[in-house]
Design a protein around this ligand. Structure first.
Ligand SMILES: C[S@@+](CC[C@H](N)C(=O)[O-])C[C@H]1O[C@@H](n2cnc3c(N)ncnc32)[C@H](O)[C@@H]1O
Ligand SMILES: *[C@@H]1O[C@H](CO)[C@@H](O)[C@H](O)[C@H]1NC(C)=O
Length: 252
């Protein structure tokens, strides 16, 4: 194509190409991620500096597949294949705020239905390398891609040092190997709260779990130090079901 242009135009085109290469364009991704976090702060969803810092550090753009065909920073859930979604940023933020006191440095957390790995990565930054977060997801392809996503993110060092791991398993059984947990996050709606998850909660620990089928409530489950359990409703929500792999892939 260059050949068909006169010398002067050829020079101009080269100049433009050189300028394009050296222009310090804003990277876009992290700016938009920061703007997303600021919007959640303005709307009062993010209230702590810790959650703001962590959601700024983990670029959501790394976790939303291009097939979603939309900006990863929009405040809505997006399809990630396998009849699953990445939850909306305001849900991630709300759950991190609800779990804040139970995701202190050194604490232990379980993320059930870890999907893209986004929230698992955020949790890893909250508990730090002295803490431990385990993600459990029943679609092997999502586990594989979530690990690749996390490798590109600020939580990558914790994948290498072993303070973050993701496993292929049925999350309704929890992950007994590392129980009890200070915090349990469930990213899919259960018809009722699985007993195994209540058992794997540490006294003093908290679980956040959407419960219901058509109508769902985000439940906050607190296990008191004496082992008794109190449950309250936070907000109405809409999540994909916590179900069997077969039911999810052949959902009617
Ligand atoms: C709404 S998605 C949320 C994923 C993740 N929190 C995110 O935002 O990327 C729910 C995830 O739960 C998974 N899931 C559903 N039932 C499950 C089960 N019984 N065990 C493990 N994972 C399950 C789905 O495959 C899906 O990835
Ligand atoms: C999702 O569920 C539909 C039924 O609702 C099914 O036909 C389809 O194969 C499922 N998609 C995937 C990717 O498993």
């Amino acid at each position: 194509m260059l050949l068909f242009l006169c010398a002067k135009n050829r020079f101009m085109l080269l100049l433009v190409l050189i300028l394009l290469q050296h222009q310090p364009w804003p990277s876009g991704a992290s700016d938009k991620n920061k703007a997303m976090v600021e919007q959640l702060q303005r709307h009062g969803v993010i209230t702590s500096t810790k959650v703001a810092e962590v959601m700024e550090a983990i670029d959501r753009g790394l976790f939303v597949p291009p097939a979603a065909c939309a900006s990863p920073y929009l405040d809505r859930p997006m399809p990630i294949g396998y009849n699953a979604t990445i939850s909306a940023p305001h849900m991630h933020a709300a759950c991190l705020e609800l779990l804040l006191k139970h995701l202190q440095p050194g604490m232990r957390a379980l993320d059930v239905g870890s999907g893209t790995g986004y929230l698992t990565a955020c949790i890893a930054l909250m508990v730090g390398p002295e803490g431990r977060v385990v993600g459990v997801e029943h679609i092997p392809e999502l586990v594989a891609s979530s690990i690749e996503n996390i490798k590109k993110s600020a939580a990558a060092p914790q994948l290498s040092d072993g303070s973050l791991s993701i496993h292929i398993a049925d999350g309704r059984e929890g992950w007994p190997e590392l129980a009890p947990y200070d915090a349990i996050h469930v990213g899919a709606a259960a018809p009722q709260i699985p007993q195994a998850l209540i058992e794997q909660l540490k006294p003093g620990g908290r679980m956040v779990i959407p419960v219901g089928t058509a109508l769902q409530e985000l439940k906050v489950v607190d296990k008191k130090l004496d082992g008794s359990v109190s449950i309250r409703d936070d907000t109405s929500v809409r999540y994909v079901p916590l179900t069997s792999k077969d039911a999810q892939l052949h959902a009617g």
